[in-house]
Write a protein that binds this ligand. Structure first.
Ligand code: ADP
Length: 432
């Protein structure tokens, strides 16, 4: 039976319309408080180096509206202390977590496996399921769980909603999601393509349809999320049909420090011939590869500066990065059959005109074309950078994962005050 996690607001009371979004990492917490009437950002914050002596909290009230950042340094022992410190900063601005205007807390959760296809109100059963997925995301899910437990401790009466990075990709057909390995082994160990950055791909593909002035159901989009981590997805009529990250975020595009696609036999070779351990290879492929492995830098601004100065290593790293991007654009054009737009997002995608230009160069036969002047414009707004005559539009759409998490959270709990899609009794109230 579904048990409501919170009762509807008493008549005459303020209808809760704020959502706190928490992105809890292993040693950091990012937070944003959003007002869902008009989507105003009331405050943002970042707590870094949790557990160290040099922890730092940066809190910005009313970002984008003249709010000055406040920074506090000094040891913050754990996530509990970190969230209490954030709550203190919010309270100092009259935005305390005890506010009746707070509707819910939305949490980014990295891995939802096949179990979680939608945002979900966290119950004890849901938390147990997220724990079962820890082997698939050993660095992320434990931190996300800690964030949920801590937030629940601060406001036990409030719905905690988990929004999963993998959820948007659960619509992929089996032909795209399955690896061609022994099926029993794959099933026994839950090995398949899950994909990540799903919140971003969902938000950006929807905003792209808006930009084109068409309903998402009618639009096919290739989304290129190019941050430090990078992933591509093929989205047909609002549903993901393929994505470049796989069992883990290591597969696919060349990234800041990750290799993306390689022949898996490279790993056996490194073990047998170079005598490297599994952990050493893990570090090599996740932290010492990609752009940093190729040229020593992972910041695209620095790489472009070096390319412009004639640095050959940086130029080769850039070319490898672009070559991989082009391969995925071509592959996803084939997967989709018809493409309406190629869209760039995240730090590199939103800011690097040279990456956008180079990735689309030579693809005119396929449809997408970049206009040099439009591409050079710097803006925080979603925009087209292709000429009117292009058969396939090229767009830049700044991602906003926090807003997407807040919207999904609010859609689940905000309207009725009674969440749907909930499994089992509320968090902390199970019999066991
Ligand atoms: P993540 O969330 O994965 O850490 P971001 O989406 O914030 O990554 O992207 C960070 C990356 O964006 C930086 O490493 C840098 O390469 C790139 N970047 C940021 N600003 C610019 C810029 N003005 N020009 C080119 N690249 C940029």
């Amino acid at each position: 039976m579904t048990t409501p996690i919170s009762e509807g607001a008493p008549s005459g009371a303020v209808r809760p319309h704020r959502v706190l979004v928490l992105n809890s990492g292993s040693s950091s917490v990012k937070y944003q408080l959003l007002d869902m009437h008009g989507h105003a950002r009331l405050a943002t914050g970042l707590i870094e180096r949790i557990g160290e002596k040099t922890s730092r909290l940066t809190h910005t009230p009313r970002p984008g509206d003249g709010g000055e950042p406040r920074t506090r340094s000094g040891p913050i022992a754990d996530h509990d202390e970190a969230l209490k410190a954030a709550a203190g900063e919010l309270a100092a601005d009259g935005l305390g977590l005890d506010s009746p205007e707070l509707a819910a807390i939305g949490h980014r959760v990295v891995h939802g496996g096949l179990r979680f296809t939608e945002p979900t109100v966290v119950t004890d059963e849901v938390l147990t399921e997220i724990e079962r997925l820890v082997p698939l995301a050993p660095l992320h899910n434990p931190a996300n769980i800690t964030g949920i437990r801590t937030a629940h401790g601060l406001r036990p009466d409030l719905p905690q909603v988990a929004v999963f990075d993998t959820a948007f990709h659960t619509t992929m057909p089996e032909s795209a999601a399955r690896y061609a390995i022994d099926a029993d082994t794959a099933d026994a160990h839950r090995i398949r393509r899950y994909g990540f950055h799903g919140t971003s791909h969902a938000y950006v593909s929807r905003r792209t349809a808006e930009l084109l002035g068409r309903p998402p159901e009618d639009v096919n989009v290739i989304v290129l999320h190019l941050g430090n981590g990078a992933s591509a997805s093929a989205v047909a009529g609002g549903r993901c049909v393929d994505t470049s990250m796989g069992l883990t975020p290591l597969e696919g595009l060349v990234m800041g420090t990750r290799s993306g696609d390689i022949d898996p036999a490279v790993i056996f070779h490194l073990k047998r011939v170079a005598g490297m351990s599994t952990d050493e290879i893990d570090v090599l492929l996740n932290r010492r590869s990609g752009l940093v492995g190729l040229c020593g830098d992972n910041d695209m601004r620095e790489i472009r500066r070096r390319v412009d100065e004639g640095d050959e290593r940086a130029a080769l790293a850039f070319d490898i990065y672009i070559h991989r991007l082009k391969k995925y654009i071509g592959a996803y054009a084939a997967v989709l059959g018809r493409v309406d737009a190629v869209v760039f997002t995240a730090g590199v995608g939103e800011n690097s005109a040279p990456v956008r230009e180079a990735a689309i160069a030579g693809l005119a036969e396929l449809g997408p074309v970049v206009d040099g002047d439009l591409n050079a414009v710097r803006s925080r707004e979603p925009r087209l950078i292709s000429p009117d005559h292009a058969r396939v539009a090229v767009a830049v759409v700044p991602t906003d994962e926090e807003l997407e998490i807040a919207e999904q959270t609010f859609a689940l709990v905000g309207r009725s005050g009674t969440p749907s899609g909930q499994a089992g009794p509320p968090l902390g109230q199970a019999d066991n």
